[in-house]
Design a protein around this ligand. Structure first.
Ligand SMILES: Cc1cn([C@H]2C[C@H](O)[C@@H](COP(=O)(O)OP(=O)(O)O[C@H]3O[C@@H](C)C(=O)[C@@H](O)[C@H]3O)O2)c(=O)[nH]c1=O
Length: 193
């Protein structure tokens, strides 16, 4: 298999996919194509990514999320782990969607090379599982602080089964003060299957 090939796995949330680019190894290590617009378009995934983000979390069980950017600056994201291990989550918040409020989670690590593709209309969050974990993600719109929003990571109506091993996560003040989904006037509307 060439470095540009990849596996694409559907999840139970329509539009959320797990991608695994093929790594071509040799004596030096490996190479893989983490994003190839032409190849993705062949799979019907024609996403105009315009910004890449990279963050480092020192402590294990650092939890960032659950976040979204509202229209007109809604973002699809393609997420992967640059170093370490994290557990990534997407939550459907499109009003009227049959899967409204449902979540999907997957472990992304440097070792497994997995990526999560999260369409606009979904919350995104993750928790790091080991120290010094890096996340790298592509965004389909630019950062627009006025359009940012968040929902509590432990919202009981969503019921995410975070792999926290009984620990309290490290949160930003903003995330600790986030509202519940039931109190959010979600800016996303399901447009049908
Ligand atoms: C997201 C973002 C933040 N910033 C700035 C704002 C702030 O000073 C600093 C840290 O921002 P935050 O606290 O919002 O970072 P963080 O909590 O890591 O926010 C991120 O969480 C994950 C789950 C996502 O999905 C991202 O879209 C983003 O919301 O970086 C940018 O300049 N550009 C950006 O694109």
């Amino acid at each position: 298999m060439a470095a540009g090939s990849l596996d694409i796995e559907e999840t139970h949330l329509p539009g959320v996919r797990l991608l695994r680019p093929h790594r071509v190894g040799d004596a030096r290590g490996f190479l893989c194509e983490t994003w190839n617009a032409r190849r993705m378009a062949e799979h019907g995934l024609d996403i105009p990514f315009v910004q890449d983000n990279h963050s480092l979390s020192h402590a294990p069980f650092t939890l960032r999320g659950l976040h979204y950017q509202a229209p007109p600056h809604a973002q699809a994201k393609l997420v992967r782990c640059g170093r370490g291990r994290l557990w990534d989550v997407a939550v459907d918040i499109r009003r009227g969607a049959p899967t409204f409020g449902r979540w999907v989670g997957a472990e992304l690590s440097f070792e497994n090379g997995r990526q999560m593709l999260i369409p606009a209309g979904f919350l995104h969050g993750f928790v790091t599982l080991v120290p010094e974990t890096e996340i790298v993600y592509k965004c389909s719109d630019h950062y627009a602080p006025d359009c940012e929003g968040a929902v509590r990571f432990d919202d009981p109506d969503i019921g995410i089964d975070w792999p926290l091993a009984g620990r309290a996560p490290v949160l930003s003040d903003k995330d600790a003060a986030a509202p519940l989904l039931r109190d959010l006037d979600t800016p996303f509307v399901w447009e049908g299957a």
